[in-house]
Design a protein around this ligand. Structure first.
Ligand code: MRU
Length: 359
């Protein structure tokens, strides 16, 4: 396997004498070009998340952690030691602002909360300075960044166990190296399975409206030499009926305590179809995507995005003026449709989550 994924990091903190910045792959340019952008302020990070330069729940989480560190660096210019309380107040206000950039993927608020805990802990440590506080936020962001890849490899290895020999694996959206710091969750399972059995193949839904499956999933699988066939959304029934799909593996943006799972719009349609044809449907996600504070999927806030994502393709309007559009970015797959949730601690049935993963 030519391991493209192991040569890149989707998002990485770049240290400089002044503290550093966040460097990320601009995912809006894939597959036409592969470019990195430097993000230097919290406002730039908010915009990068909102406009989906960085996307995918775990990658957004790390972007959030980086954004918190960037704000601390910015505030060092504004405050002196005697104004530490004002520094922390403005820092936490900035954390809230960053958290509002996209509502559904819980990894964002999870990572920001981790950064908040760093501030709460170190602010009372004797000899702490504002500069040291900022350095601690940078170190914690780098730690979360490195852990993400380790976690995804564990998810991949657990998940590979449920992939039958020579399987056709359907996935929806992009839960790959480019949706994480590296390796991927659903595509991490594919990568680990392919390392053991190079006769497996992937079927990737194009994932309208933004086309993450067509643009990003096919890009990274082709680069890694893993066979992939592109489906338009709505083709999965044909492929399942004709026994070309043996298993479905998708990522997740937020999993409720009962296992209901929010993922890219169209995921629940795939799950319902898979149930009909008896194809097992798995979710691959880190524990940071599991939100035990909410009972069910009914409590998950679904992001509504711009209607032009639906009405315009490549700069051209594809429908009549005056048509109504609603553009929910995610849907919730009912726990009854999910065979298992593949995490870094093993594979759990939806009803086991609460008991097994109580933090
Ligand atoms: O809107 P996006 O592209 O951020 O949505 C991404 C997804 O829905 C992914 O499947 C999910 O975040 C899992 S990524 C490992």
């Amino acid at each position: 396997m030519s391991e493209f994924h192991s040569k890149i990091k989707t998002i990485e903190w770049q240290k400089t004498p002044e503290g550093g910045c966040s460097v990320m792959v601009d995912q809006t340019k894939i597959p036409h070009s592969f470019e990195y952008v430097e993000i230097k302020t919290i406002k730039e990070m908010y915009d990068a998340i909102k406009t989906m330069i960085v996307r995918g729940a775990p990658a957004i989480g790390i972007a959030g952690a980086h954004g918190c560190a960037l704000l601390a660096l910015e505030l060092l210019e504004k405050y002196r030691e005697e104004n530490a309380l004002e520094f922390i107040k403005e820092l936490f206000e900035g954390f809230e602002y960053l958290n509002s950039s996209r509502p559904t993927a819980v990894n964002l608020s999870w990572a920001i909360q981790k950064q908040k805990e760093v501030v709460e802990y170190y602010k009372n440590v004797p000899g702490m300075t504002l500069k040291k506080l900022a350095e601690n936020l940078i170190e914690n962001a780098i730690k979360l960044e490195n852990e993400d890849i380790e976690i995804n490899k564990k998810i991949g290895d657990f998940g590979a166990e449920i992939i039958p020999k020579g399987a056709g694996i359907l996935t929806h959206c992009n839960a790959g190296a480019l949706a994480t710091v590296g390796y991927g969750t659903a595509l991490g399972v594919v990568r680990s399975a392919f390392a053991k059995d190079n006769t497996i193949q992937v079927f990737a839904d194009e994932t309208r409206p933004r086309g993450q499956g067509a643009k990003i999933t096919t890009f990274e699988l082709v680069k890694d030499g893993i066979p992939v066939t592109l489906l338009t959304d709505g083709m999965c029934s044909y492929f399942m009926k004709n026994k070309m799909i043996d298993v479905v593996v998708v990522g997740a943006d937020r999993i409720a305590a009962n296992g209901d799972t929010a993922n890219k719009i169209g995921t629940s349609t795939v799950a319902i179809t898979a149930k009909y044809y008896g194809v097992p449907f798995y979710v691959a996600a880190p524990k940071s995507t599991i939100d035990l504070s909410i009972k069910s999927g009914d409590d998950i806030v679904i992001e509504l995005r711009d209607e032009e994502e639906v009405t315009i393709i490549n700069g051209k309007r594809i429908c009549a003026e005056g048509v109504k559009v609603i553009n929910p970015s995610f849907d919730v797959t009912d726990n009854s449709l999910i065979a298992g949730i593949i995490t870094e601690e093993g594979i759990f049935k939806p009803e086991e989550l609460k008991e097994k993963l109580q933090k």
